[in-house]
Design a protein around this ligand. Structure first.
Ligand code: CP3
Length: 343
């Protein structure tokens, strides 16, 4: 692995609780559809061609670093690739989103799920990480990631995106043992996957439990949290960010784990975020829709957000993924306001 020293340690310092002169900044889904350079590649290659070709994944990962200037890179990939370890095919239909032609719908399917080791199955991800780490040449750190087992389970059973994930939820509630078997397999695969990403060169990790709030707090604690704690109790040798979207109330339950930072959605105020994180680093939480206003308005609102989070242990980010119709100038205004800010 490349041992080029990092020229920009802000992100890792903030995550490790060290003092920084300003908050570091990156944006969830920073590689993607708001960038014309990405849209050019999108015309030539399918989504999974882009994800599974390390040189393309590397090029797309670097785009926001070169164009917008964030303090960290996140690998261009997708949380759903892990479903391949459960022998499940995933498609991405343009204008529709993720589509799983053969979702798990019966207890028998769930109990007999065919497991392939993440180490063998997802080699293209590790190659993309090592290629990108080399290409970054120490400019900024590279973040690896995985979906939370519950979120991946939602897609695996529902077969596509959903506002409610009611098919996945009713499967969980009616075929609980079978569902828990799948969640356990996903958890084990995710742990192996994250370790392999670090071995390939990832310098930090983030777990996206995007559908945390589809479950009420009691069911979240019963079904999703044990998987996340298994993941968070591992020592990966690099810092870990946990993002349970709209379930920030759960963060005190990670107190004894190896989590270094918590993702914060815009449904939570900076003050509430600080309370739930209890001294650990917080990451967020600008409403991505606000990037559709003007650069002047963005600057004003970003400064207000930074002031409210207060100094140290804060990574500036959006509360969820950037929207495809955000003007690049506005994304730059977001990033530059943070880069010009001083504690
Ligand atoms: O953040 C980054 O820039 C890194 C890459 C990344 C993608 N997806 C690329 C992508 C990451 C970290 C993800 C995570 C992901 N994928 C999540 C968790 C985070 C979240 O947003 O809640 C989820 C739930 C998915 C599943 C997924 N993949 C959906 C629902 C969609 C369709 C919706 C959409 O935004 O287009 C995807 C496709 C996807 N993943 C795209 C990108 C850039 C769009 C691809 C395209 O249309 O070209």
């Amino acid at each position: 692995m490349s041992s080029t020293p990092l020229q920009n340690r802000l992100f890792l310092d903030a995550l490790e609780g060290k003092k920084t002169e300003r908050p570091p900044v990156w944006m969830m889904r920073q590689a993607g559809r708001y960038l014309p350079e990405y849209m050019e590649l999108r015309k030539k290659y399918t989504f999974f061609e882009r994800v599974k070709t390390p040189e393309l994944a590397c090029e797309i990962t670097l785009q926001p670093i070169d164009i917008v200037g964030t303090d960290a890179a996140i690998l261009f990939s997708d949380i759903l690739v892990i479903l391949e370890c459960l022998s499940t095919e995933v498609e991405l239909k343009p204008g529709f989103g993720p589509y799983i032609p053969d979702p798990i719908r019966t207890a028998e399917q769930a109990m007999n799920v065919k497991v392939r080791p993440a180490t063998d199955e997802l080699k293209y991800v590790y190659d993309a990480i090592s290629t990108t780490r080399k290409a970054l040449n120490g400019r900024v750190p590279i973040i690896g990631f995985a979906g939370g087992p519950w979120t991946n389970f939602c897609y695996l059973v529902e077969g596509q995106g959903s506002k409610t994930f009611s098919t996945a939820k009713s499967f969980l509630f009616s075929e609980t043992k079978a569902a828990q078997h799948v969640l356990k397999v996903l958890t084990e695969q995710t742990i192996e996957y994250l370790h392999q990403q670090v071995a390939a060169g990832a310098q930090a990790l983030q777990v996206f439990e995007s559908w945390a709030a589809a479950l009420g707090p009691d069911d979240f604690k019963k079904y999703a949290l044990p998987c996340l704690l298994d993941i968070a109790n591992e020592d990966y040798g690099v810092p870990l960010i946990m993002f349970c979207k709209d379930a920030e109330w759960s963060y005190p339950l990670f107190k004894e784990s190896n989590v270094n930072g918590f993702g914060i959605g815009w449904g939570c105020t900076p003050e509430q975020a600080r309370f739930h994180a209890d001294g650990k680093t917080v990451q967020g939480n600008f409403d991505p829709s606000k990037l559709l206003s003007t650069p002047e308005q963005i600057e004003k609102e970003v400064i207000e957000m930074l002031d409210r989070f207060g100094p140290q242990n804060h990574i500036a980010n959006l509360g969820h993924g950037i929207l495809p119709n955000v003007p690049v100038e506005n994304a730059k205004a977001f990033v530059n306001t943070i880069k010009n800010y001083r504690y």
